[in-house]
Design a protein around this ligand. Structure first.
Ligand code: ZN
Ligand code: FE
Length: 256
């Protein structure tokens, strides 16, 4: 089983997973990079998993399905191109002989889903689209801060060795903000150094692991004293945990 992030657009990753000549791809915003990888590796595309409706995650779906006949599995609550099998939180999908558990993770979009597998090769695997990023989280375009916080809580409860496959290479920009919010966090500084080295060599910082994210991601740490106090220094009106999380997200939106 091999997991490959295919770069697309400016900073997207289209995740390709393959085994024994069969592949699945997650969030193909473009068909070109997927076609090229299938050809180069001699793979048959069995399935296309889609986390949410944004064009940078779905733009290549119809073309890939037409060319390969692959199944398309995506959120029931959103309009997905191609002939899409509708999925909701709690559903299961069998693809590449792997049992994928569908999680509803609304916030970035209203119907956003994530795909989790208990064991792929030797560790759990999560495709979380634009809900959780390394060192950050997606913007709340359609849902509410309370929904996004609950979605991140659900992801945070997955095993610490879960490999976290996100939709974008936003890690360094996220960590620059994280350092301001969680300034006493040594794990964060060490992780940033590690990620800088990877990017300097043009390597992806992903997948991350859930254990790493729990240690360094301010959006999974908004209830810690350090992050809560930093947020309240910016916005003293943020009292309860949802208000703190909302203020943290807003702070990041305006951070440069
Ligand atoms: Zn998106
Ligand atoms: Fe995106």
């Amino acid at each position: 089983m091999e997991l490959i992030p295919l770069p697309a657009f400016k900073d997207n990753y289209l995740w390709l997973l393959h085994h024994d000549g069969h592949a699945l791809v997650v969030d193909p915003g473009q068909a070109g990079p997927v076609h090229a990888a299938l050809q180069r590796l001699g793979l048959t595309l069995d399935g296309i998993l889609v986390t949410h409706h944004h064009a940078d995650h779905t733009g290549g779906v119809a073309e890939l399905q037409a060319a390969t006949g692959a199944r398309v599995c995506g959120p029931a609550r959103e309009a997905i191109p191609g002939n899409c099998e509708p999925l909701r939180g709690g559903d299961q999908v069998q693809l590449l002989d792997i049992h994928w558990r569908v999680m509803a993770v609304p916030g970035h979009t209203r119907g956003h889903i994530a795909f989790f597998a208990e064991r792929v090769a030797d560790a759990p695997l999560l495709f979380c689209g634009d809900t959780l990023f390394s060192g950050g989280c997606g913007r709340i375009f359609e849902g509410t801060p309370a929904q996004m916080l609950a979605s991140l809580d659900a992801l945070a409860a997955l095993p610490p060795d879960t490999r976290v496959c996100c939709g974008h290479e936003y890690t360094l920009a996220n960590l620059r903000f994280a350092r301001v919010v969680d300034s006493g966090n040594d794990a964060l500084l060490a992780y940033e150094k590690h990620c800088r080295q990877l990017r300097a060599q043009d390597q992806p910082t992903l997948p991350s692991t859930m254990g790493t994210e729990l240690a360094i991601n301010p959006f999974l740490r908004s209830r810690t004293a350090a992050v809560t106090q930093a947020v309240q220094a910016q916005d003293p009106s943020a009292r309860d945990e949802v208000a703190v999380f909302a203020a943290l997200r807003l702070w990041k939106n305006n951070f440069s």
